[in-house]
Design a protein around this ligand. Structure first.
Ligand SMILES: Cc1cc2nc3c(=O)[nH]c(=O)nc-3n(C[C@H](O)[C@H](O)[C@H](O)COP(=O)(O)OP(=O)(O)OC[C@H]3O[C@@H](n4cnc5c(N)ncnc54)[C@H](O)[C@@H]3O)c2cc1C
Length: 381
């Protein structure tokens, strides 16, 4: 396989946005390497709200904003806050300029915008070593080794295999785990769900645990039961065993004394999936630029989910593409330095917001959430 000038690792929102932007700028000497075997291999993810100055801005520069708007759901920007007794304590209307789109739709828009031969599926990066010239050498799980690139971009998410050649930083467990469940349209609880939880996002905060319900593009719901757990807690549970997972959530330690509505929600939830939440720390965003390699998106700054992750990742892609265009393919080290100087403060702010959000959500009373996080979210009663 010919060596590309720029190797992008990871076809998530960040890597794909970068590929599309390079394509738009006529910088075509890149190849994207993705570990998934094909476009449909990934487990479908949840709904994402795309913000004007970051995600939307990147889509505009990528010439994809009109396509995005075909799928964007402004009605699902509604937000409500409740307590465990079933009281709604705060709500905000629809129509905010942060429309929702399913992750799978966003990925499809981006995938369709990049020539098919620029994406190499089934290429899981195993490790990166440094050659005699101190430039990165890529070792893939399928046995392929690649060297001689001018730049390697790690857009390979939280557990980036590119990161170790740039910084020793490793994500740390936040002490929080989301157990995701699903209520599909054919679920007998669906009508109650739609009536009680409505469009958009409904966050319930009580007793230092949370429930987040979120309506998806097909009208179904994703639910995140947010708990404080030891690291690896859910590895000890067989989540395929619905009854065991539901009984655990219904126990007195978790949601046992929440209103019947929430207990019914648990009794009907299916397709459980555990998300252990990891974060880099603000202090990690201070590395010296490395010749021939950089990071963007979660690989650079994974944080506790704060509603900004995809947006920040796409803003990184835009900044990096702009710097590459400005400095040219002969001066990629200068481009990386400039990009990282712009990325660091945004990443530090995102990690901080993740910490503030987690600190505000895992509280005893939703009013405390409003006091702590309301101003940061632009919420007012
Ligand atoms: C439960 C949960 C809910 C979230 N909700 C939101 C939300 O509502 N809004 C929001 O903005 N953000 C949300 N986020 C965060 C968001 O998902 C991420 O910030 C975003 O996906 C980062 O994009 P990325 O492209 O950098 O990384 P990823 O989306 O992680 O993409 C990385 C890509 O690299 C590939 N890859 C990984 N390792 C390798 C390898 N070794 N070799 C080759 N390819 C590899 C992966 O398969 C993937 O395609 C949430 C996160 C979680 C965990």
């Amino acid at each position: 396989m010919a060596t590309p000038e720029i190797a992008i690792i990871g076809a998530g929102p960040c890597g794909l946005t970068l590929a599309r932007l390079l394509e738009c700028k006529g910088i075509t000497g890149y190849i994207l390497y993705e570990r998934d075997e094909g476009p449909d291999a990934k487990r479908a993810g949840g709904s994402l709200d795309i913000h004007p100055e970051t995600g939307q801005n990147a889509l505009r520069h990528a010439g994809l904003f009109d396509k995005f708007k075909e799928h964007a759901r402004y009605a699902d920007t509604a937000f409500a806050l409740g307590d465990k007794d079933g009281n709604k304590v705060f709500e905000m209307g629809e129509g905010r300029d942060a429309p929702e789109i399913d992750r799978v739709e966003l990925r499809k828009i981006l995938l369709d915008s990049v020539p098919k031969d620029k994406i190499k599926w089934g290429h899981a990066l195993k490790e990166v070593s440094l050659g005699q010239d101190r430039k990165p050498v890529l070792h893939f799980g399928n046995g392929m080794t690649l060297s001689g690139m001018r730049l390697v971009v790690g857009a390979d998410g939280a557990w980036s295999k590119v990161r170790p050649v740039i910084t020793p930083a490793m994500p740390q467990f936040s002490g929080k785990t989301y157990l995701e469940g699903r209520i599909r349209r054919d679920n007998p609880f669906y009508d109650t769900m739609a009536k009680e939880f409505g469009s958009g996002m409904y966050l319930t905060v009580s007793d230092e645990r949370i429930s987040i319900t979120q309506r998806q593009g097909d009208g179904s719901y994703r639910i995140y039961f947010g708990l404080q757990t030891p690291e690896g807690f859910f590895r000890t549970l067989d989540l395929q065993n619905l009854e065991a997972a539901r009984n655990m959530l219904l126990s007195s330690e978790y949601y046992g004394d929440w209103a019947e509505l929430y207990k019914d929600l648990i009794r009907h939830s299916t397709h459980f999936w555990a998300w252990s939440l990891y974060t880099l720390s603000k202090e990690d965003l201070n590395w010296e630029s490395v010749s021939g390699a950089t990071l963007c998106g979660d690989a650079a700054h994974v944080t506790i989910p704060n509603g900004e992750g995809v947006n920040t990742a796409m803003a990184d892609a835009l900044d990096l593409a702009n710097s590459i265009e400005k400095h040219g393919i002969e001066h990629l080290d200068d481009a990386v330095k400039e990009y990282e100087a712009r990325m660091f403060p945004r990443a530090i702010e995102s990690i901080l917001q993740g910490e503030i959000m987690a600190d505000a959500m895992f509280v005893k009373d939703p009013q405390v959430f409003l006091q702590k996080f309301g101003p940061a979210m632009g919420l007012s009663n």
